[in-house]
Design a protein around this ligand. Structure first.
Ligand SMILES: *[C@@H]1O[C@H](CO)[C@@H](O)[C@H](O)[C@H]1NC(C)=O
Ligand SMILES: *[C@@H]1O[C@H](CO)[C@@H](O)[C@H](O)[C@H]1NC(C)=O
Ligand SMILES: *[C@@H]1O[C@H](CO)[C@@H](O)[C@H](O)[C@H]1NC(C)=O
Length: 807
């Protein structure tokens, strides 16, 4: 007891000590953390579903909710049953028009094949404990006979004592409004009610069986283990499939008018009730329909008591999110605003919570001399692990990507700084204690694995990826450090919640508590990255320059003849043939970013010695970029490799494009560098990188331009374009440039590049409603994965945060 009291006293003292000398208002650390947990507890975190809900950080027996729908007036209905987001569904539109994970949002779905236009509102009470979903549907073509048969499912396992989910009243056949009550250890008791507001149930054909009545809400309960809830669609297909077989074996011909009856769920095998529930409503699209699903925690004082109360919440929420957006992004053009708001909403609507095992191969040895494709054939299941993260694309990449995530956070942090920090922290927690490694793709559990081709499922601790999270972290730390120096810069507050979404930026003590926790793991990660990717510099030392720093030279481990997947720019041309002694300029640049972050976090934590150590390494990196990688003939940064036949053993491997720009884009050049001028020229040259739609990834004059897969060999990528624009602001506006000619060129490059990206991305979105993985450098049309509101969402910063022009 005494020891516990002492501990409490010590932690209070520590909290005071942290506040002291930091000259900041005191802050309620526990209250802040509680607010964070509550406001981010519920959300559509199953972002791989068109609409799927689960709580965050509940790993054992989480409550799960999902939505499916189909048009049940034809025999192939089940093939077009929508559930997990899938490019092959070819929906004309889907996604969040307005969304904030702390508040809620509005999603629109246009499904032409099923002839339905769905609007889904999802909003939470202010204490984060309760939520409602309103689902509204109307036909796209009102002349066409069709239904929308919606199937909701929900589940709450956990054992009789601790948790359950059951129907409140005994099956009162005929009542369309269904109530369930549940119990879970992390929430206590809760109620769910499903209430119709309008609509017409399908009643055109006679039911084929009393249990197959499409003019009523159907309900079926059974037991499904937690790890199989995600295959609810298969379960439904099996159950309905069996039912159909029984019907067809006993009658020869079914009148098409009764098809909706055939596709109704029924409990043919008399399964005993369980904690899993299917609820099916089949609406006749002669009339629009609308119903609510309302979840109330019994302990909350902010329960949603009625549908009209929920209507008011929807109205308030839409307005609130709109105000928050306007507060952060200043966009005059109303159509551009709509585009930007929707794009940001889709980035945040992709935020998911993942929990499960991952596959790791720790035994396969890499043969450095081979450069053949690496087979990771010894996977072991490890974990489970948990991850809170954005995704590059809900349809195609619904999982965590280390290379993408830093870019996502550069965007999220402009809207909700603390949310970005929370996501980053979740990633950093996954850094392995002893090795310092974190996987480049986090594919947790069977649900996530189901979307990944087998050859890409297994992760390996020798393989790295660009540490973009540290780029975002470095940016966050700069802001927080700047805030400390300048207390007057606080923007306007929106006092909806007890805390703002920028506490970490403004309250040094909150940031310090977190930074302290992160720091040891980051050190490990830094060591892992720099040790595993270190290049062989001895080969060059005698020939290049005695000033070269031997420890600051790197290469990506795991490249093959044709690809360098670890670099993130898969098919960007590299040295041919590959050589163990080649050095990659982008690897070194990324180490520069990591080092800069480490220096800044050391500064935040007042660790003088560490700060100086990292400052020295950072300086070496910056010098080595010039000493090792600058090619004075091509006037750009290049990879290098060994050429035994030449006198100067160093051979430059120059393929002008994103990789040659990276030291510039990552702000690693000194602001007075005379080399800036050459890079501005390279970016401005329309015979090389400049296009009407953004900077092309590879120079039009390069021998590899538009060859092979044409992935990073031409197309315009928004993440790198954003970095280049932001870097132009840094070199030519935030710092003083004395070279007037270059300054003039940089200003004009900036304006036209920014304008080209915005107008092209807007054009494509206005035409078909989607944002793409990349954009064709000749036509500007969207290419690659559709609905890619991962890093392409950085267009929101380009429109709403970056200046219109440099002055
Ligand atoms: C917030 O959630 C995290 C993760 O579940 C937990 O470790 C922490 O204790 C929670 N904090 C508060 C104040 O509830
Ligand atoms: C879909 O429905 C919404 C809500 O009724 C309506 O505003 C929108 O115009 C509809 N869209 C189409 C393409 O029919
Ligand atoms: C680009 O997209 C537009 C609109 O979809 C289309 O009309 C045009 O043919 C496309 N251009 C090319 C070259 O594919």
């Amino acid at each position: 007891m005494l020891i516990r009291l002492l501990n409490v006293a010590l932690s209070i003292l520590l909290a005071y000590a942290l506040q002291e000398g930091r000259n900041s208002q005191s802050v309620d650390i526990d209250g802040y953390e509680q607010f964070t947990n509550q406001s981010l507890f519920w959300a559509p975190y199953r972002s791989n579903c068109y609409f799927g809900i689960r709580p965050r950080y509940v790993n054992d027996h989480p409550f799960m909710f999902g939505l499916m729908w189909m048009d049940s007036t034809h025999l192939e209905a089940m093939n077009k049953l929508r559930h997990l987001v899938d490019q092959n569904d070819k929906l004309d539109k889907y996604g969040w028009e307005v969304y904030d994970p702390r508040i809620g949002g509005k999603q629109t779905i246009l499904d032409l094949d099923n002839n339905v236009n769905l609007t889904i509102y999802y909003f939470k009470s202010r204490d984060g404990a309760n939520w409602g979903a309103r689902i509204r549907g109307e036909p796209i073509d009102s002349q066409k006979l069709s239904t929308t048969s919606l199937v909701l499912y929900m589940n709450q396992n956990g054992g009789r004592e601790n948790s359950h989910l059951v129907r409140s009243e005994p099956d009162s056949y005929g009542s369309e409004n269904i109530k369930l009550r549940g119990l879970a250890p992390e929430m206590g008791e809760y109620d769910i009610s499903i209430n119709d507001l309008s609509g017409l149930y399908y009643s055109k054909g006679a039911p084929l069986h009393p249990d197959l009545d499409s003019s009523k809400t159907a309900h079926m309960s059974l037991t499904v283990p937690d790890d199989q809830v995600w295959i609810a669609r298969d379960i439904l297909q099996t159950l309905v499939g069996e039912s159909i077989q029984t019907i067809t074996s006993s009658s020869n011909k079914i009148d098409p008018v009764s098809f909706p009856s055939v596709f109704t769920i029924r409990n043919m095998h008399d399964f005993p009730p369980g904690n899993f529930h299917f609820i099916q409503k089949t609406f006749d699209l002669d009339k629009p329909f609308e119903f609510d699903i309302i979840f109330n925690n019994k302990a909350s004082k902010q329960q949603i008591k009625s549908s009209s109360e929920f209507s008011a919440m929807i109205e308030w929420g839409l307005n609130e999110i709109n105000n928050r957006f306007d507060n952060k992004f200043h966009i005059q053009h109303p159509e551009h605003k709509k585009f930007a708001q929707e794009t940001l909403s889709n980035l945040m609507g992709g935020i998911g919570y993942f929990y499960g095992t991952q596959l790791v191969d720790r035994t396969t040895e890499f043969d450095d001399e081979q450069f053949e494709k690496i087979e990771l054939s010894h996977p072991e299941e490890e974990g489970p692990l948990q991850l809170f993260s954005c995704v590059p694309s809900r349809a195609f990449f619904p999982r965590g990507f280390y290379w993408d995530e830093g870019f996502h956070l550069l965007q999220v942090m402009e809207y909700d700084f603390d949310l970005a920090f929370e996501i980053m922290q979740s990633w950093f927690e996954l850094i392995e204690e002893d090795s310092g490694w974190v996987a480049r793709e986090l594919i947790l559990g069977n649900e996530a694995r189901s979307k990944v081709p087998e050859e890409f499922r297994v992760q390996n601790p020798n393989i790295a990826n660009p540490p973009t999270l540290l780029l975002a972290f470095s940016e966050m730390l700069s802001r927080a450090l700047a805030e400390q120096d300048d207390h007057n810069s606080q923007g306007e507050e929106l006092n909806t919640f007890p805390f703002s979404t920028e506490e970490l930026e403004r309250q040094p003590d909150l940031l310090i508590v977190r930074a302290k926790k992160i720091f040891p793991k980051l050190l490990k990660h830094y060591d892992w990255f720099t040790n595993s990717q270190r290049g062989m510099v001895e080969e060059y030392v005698d020939y290049v320059d005695e000033k070269v720093h031997p420890m600051e030279a790197f290469r990506w481990i795991g490249r093959t003849f044709t690809h360098c997947l670890p670099s993130g720019m898969d098919d960007y041309p590299r040295a041919q043939p590959p050589d163990v002694a080649e050095l990659h300029v982008d690897t070194l640049a990324w180490v520069g970013v990591m080092t800069r972050s480490m220096r800044k976090i050391a500064a935040v934590l007042s660790l003088k010695e560490e700060e100086e150590k990292f400052a020295a390494i950072e300086k070496n990196v910056i010098e080595n970029l010039d000493i090792l990688h600058w090619n004075p003939d091509d006037n750009c940064y290049c990879d290098i490799t060994i050429d035994d036949e030449s006198e100067d053993v160093r051979e430059f491997v120059c393929h002008q494009g994103y990789i040659s720009l990276l030291p510039f884009a990552l702000k690693l050049m000194t602001p007075d560098s005379p080399k800036l001028k050459y890079l501005v020229d390279l970016m401005s040259d329309s015979d090389k990188l400049f296009t009407g739609f953004g900077l092309a990834s590879l120079s039009k004059q390069d021998e590899y331009f538009e060859t092979g897969e044409v992935y990073w060999r031409g197309p315009v990528w928004i993440n790198i374009n954003y970095l280049c624009l932001d870097a132009l602001v840094y070199y030519f506006q935030e710092n003083e440039c004395t070279d007037m000619e270059t300054l003039g060129k940089a200003r004009s490059l900036y304006s036209s590049l920014r304008e080209n990206i915005i107008s092209n991305m807007y054009r494509v979105w206005a035409h078909d409603g989607f944002v793409y993985e990349n954009y064709n450098h000749r036509t500007g049309n969207g290419t690659g994965v559709r609905h890619f509101t991962g890093w392409s969402a950085l267009v929101v910063n380009i429109i709403g945060r970056l200046p219109e022009q440099l002055y």
